[in-house]
Design a protein around this ligand. Structure first.
Ligand SMILES: *[C@@H]1O[C@H](CO)[C@@H](O)[C@H](O)[C@H]1NC(C)=O
Ligand SMILES: *[C@@H]1O[C@H](CO)[C@@H](O)[C@H](O)[C@H]1NC(C)=O
Ligand SMILES: [Zn+2]
Length: 247
């Protein structure tokens, strides 16, 4: 008699382990190279950010977060096939960072050297990695998705992860839906409020192509109308007024 519950337990345990193994594909390999060891930015990467061990660690966490929460891609078949993600701390490549060649991220050593706040450098690097890792794993309609929407989804990740800086766009700001970055991220957040998981659904529709009608498909309304209603919702509530005075 006593062996029955035991057997059942063993069975469930075995079953759940093999079940998880098929659902959770292994994470890609992360290859990180500090190509600026002598440079001020490369030195800060090692001393302040935590170098390659820290980077490898957060890449795994970000990757899992992207699949589970941002892109909601539960099976390997839903995901962009990526075996390896490479990161270079490099003096090559302008701006803060750039994702290129499908699976490569260059973080600018110059940016790391000169970053002067408002957040601390490790926080900033972590936020930046959320943005760039999104580029590696998001769909872009095989190049047909407007760049503003691509950048908007990358900033949507930092918004959802609570890793957005103080100057990030407030709700209702911006001039058009595909303005990009934080403006588009806020608009996507609004669309999530209309249709649960809107942003992940939109991304998953963009695997092979993009059409602006995807917005209508998901919400029943054309994107221009959504944008008008979004602006109207926050009209007359400038950023400062949204916050209660004294909080
Ligand atoms: C990224 O950095 C690597 C290593 O420094 C360099 O070879 C490559 O050209 C850079 N790519 C871009 C797009 O800047
Ligand atoms: C949305 O797109 C899907 C797939 O293309 C299609 O089957 C469905 O009918 C569309 N729904 C609406 C409301 O347009
Ligand atoms: Zn970007």
């Amino acid at each position: 008699m006593a062996s029955h519950p035991f057997l059942l337990c063993t069975f469930l345990l075995t079953f759940s382990i093999s079940f998880d193994a098929t659902i959770a594909a292994p994470l890609p390999k992360y290859v990180i190279l500090n190509d600026a060891v002598q440079h001020g930015g490369g030195i800060k990467f090692e001393k302040i950010i935590g170098g390659i061990p820290y980077t490898k660690n957060i890449m795994g966490k970000i990757n899992t977060y992207l699949w589970s929460t941002i892109l909601k891609q539960n099976t390997p078949a839903d995901r962009k096939p990526v075996d390896t993600v490479e990161v270079f701390i490099s003096v090559h490549g302008g701006g803060e960072a750039v994702t290129w060649g499908n699976n490569k991220i260059n973080v600018s050593a110059i940016y790391l050297r000169d970053y002067a706040g408002p957040m601390d450098l490790k926080w900033e690097f972590t936020s930046l990695m959320h943005h760039e890792m999104t580029h590696v794993f998001q769909w872009n309609g095989e190049g047909k998705c407007p760049i503003g929407l691509v950048e908007g989804i990358a900033d949507y990740t930092i918004l959802k992860a609570n890793l957005y800086p103080p100057l990030f766009a407030k709700r209702g700001t911006g001039d058009k839906w595909d303005q990009g970055y934080d403006f588009t991220a806020r608009f996507l957040e609004y669309c999530d409020g209309l249709v649960p998981d809107f942003t992940s659904k939109l991304n998953n529709m963009m695997r092979k192509t993009f059409d602006v009608s995807f917005f209508k498909n998901l919400t029943g309304k054309p994107v221009e109308q959504l944008w008008k209603e979004y602006k109207a919702k926050y009209a007359g509530k400038p950023a400062a007024a949204i916050r209660k005075l004294g909080t």
